[in-house]
Ligand binder design. Structure first.
Ligand code: HAM
Length: 420
């Protein structure tokens, strides 16, 4: 046998029945996006590299090390999207979506690509769903989005997650913090990892979310950003927290939550779950006023988040997963080739009434049909033999309680209409 071909490292196939769980998760989020007024936007999977370099920031891990970048045949530098926000902003500007009204709410979903070290919950092709709101710089809209998240998580059976929040200031107050932080970090240079040593000059905020123990110890001695906020940022953050309390949404203040993308200002947040190990952030987001302008558009504010579908599916509780499996409702077991034309009529009848049905034309005996029906977890088996054809009826077996009855076609049709 020749060698089996394989998927690229860090990339996966999502197979049935697991894909049912994905559809369930995606379906719940889409429902909530729609309930909260978000309109779908479909952005391309690749962009000119500059969209992400300028959007996400040169000093970030994503742009420095994780992008899938290549030259196309016309020697344009192209990058597979590592996230959605920069592309949505590019589309918002390119299509002048702010002209009629700058206030817009979008959602998107699809694969993203980051060259990271693969492990449980971290893949090189992973799936995000996200929302972006333009031209609303209020704390209220942030709490509205977080309330949507809370409601969707509740519907998916999540009850032991943690919402972490922070404010990372704005272009007026953050430089002062960065200056102080840089000086203090320089004093502890010898205790930092090689990456963080470089980050001191390039982007000292990145040191705050380094996962290495020695760096974390240094960070615990550093001042926190929330002590440096200007009046506007402090007022915004205060109102944000006040509204969360008002909506009875519990949160943890984490002054180290700076997030790995450069576009954030003021509010940042993440939701963590306990059962995913190191990759425990199932979603994250924040405010990015200034990004639209930075990418060549008007000075319009932005706020949004993205969730990792892979992680959300992994973190789902077992009973919720099981309920999301989409088994066919009916199985048709035909006994002998002569009854196939009649069986087709019955199959058509079942499906016409909106019910899913499975059969296998290679099934040669009742036993082999029943084995498959059991494996598929169907609710009913319709058995058709010569007797049923002659009498114009069907045998209907309820797989939940094992009962079986003969049913004529008009009663069967009534049953199909009324059963759900
Ligand atoms: P992010 O925190 O980089 O934010 O990604 C959002 C979520 O995507 C993470 O919380 C995680 O669940 C998932 N994720 C990220 N990388 C991977 C990976 N390698 N494998 C599996 N899942 C992963 C953003 O991307 C921002 N664009 C979010 C945003 C929207 N901010 C404002 N608007």
């Amino acid at each position: 046998m020749s060698q089996k071909i394989k998927c690229v490292k860090g990339v996966r196939d999502i197979l049935p029945p697991e894909v049912d769980v994905w559809n369930f998760v995606e379906g719940v989020w889409k429902k909530y996006f729609s309930l909260y007024g978000f309109k779908e936007i479909r952005i391309p999977i690749f962009e000119y590299t500059g969209v992400f370099q300028r959007g996400i920031g040169e000093g970030t891990d994503i742009v420095e090390k994780e992008m899938y970048t290549f030259l196309d045949k016309s020697k344009n530098s192209i990058t597979l999207r590592p996230e959605g926000t920069a592309s949505v902003v590019r589309a918002y500007i390119e299509h002048n979506l702010y002209m009629e009204s700058p206030f817009n709410k979008f959602f998107y979903s699809g694969p993203m690509f980051r060259y990271e070290r693969p492990q449980k919950g971290r893949y090189r092709q992973f799936y995000q769903m996200g929302v972006e709101v333009f031209d609303d710089d209020s704390s209220e809209v942030e709490v509205e989005v977080i309330e949507m998240i809370v409601e969707a998580l509740k519907e998916m059976g999540f009850n032991d997650y943690q919402l972490n929040i922070n404010s990372i200031g704005c272009k007026n107050c953050r430089p002062k913090f960065i200056e102080v932080l840089r000086e203090k970090l320089k004093g502890s240079m010898d205790r930092l990892c090689e990456d963080c040593k470089r980050r001191i000059d390039l982007n000292p905020l990145r040191v705050l979310d380094c996962k290495k123990d020695s760096c974390r110890r240094v960070v615990s001695e550093m001042p926190v950003i929330t002590e440096f906020l200007c009046d506007g940022c402090r007022e915004h953050h205060h109102r944000f927290k006040e509204l969360l309390v008002n909506r009875k949404i519990s949160f943890v203040e984490n002054p180290l939550l700076v997030r790995g993308l450069d576009y954030y200002v003021r509010t940042t947040f993440e939701v963590l779950v306990g059962n995913l190990g190191a990759q425990n952030a199932i979603l994250g987001g924040g405010r990015y006023d200034g990004l639209v302008k930075e990418l060549g558009g008007p000075d319009v504010s932005g706020f949004g988040f993205a969730l990792g579908v892979d992680r959300m599916v992994l973190a789902l509780k077992e009973d919720v997963r099981e309920k999301s499996y989409d088994y066919p409702e009916f199985y048709l077991a035909f006994l002998g080739e002569d009854v196939i034309p009649y069986s087709f009529e019955i199959m058509n009848l079942v499906r016409k009434n909106g019910h899913s049905l499975y059969t296998n034309f290679r099934g040669r005996s009742l036993k082999s049909h029943m084995r498959l029906a059991n494996k598929l977890n169907v609710k009913y088996v319709v058995i058709i033999g010569e007797n049923e054809v002659k009498k114009g009826c069907a045998l209907l077996k309820n797989m939940e309680n094992g009962s079986q009855r003969e049913i004529n076609i008009s009663d069967f049709e009534n049953f199909l209409v009324n059963y759900n």
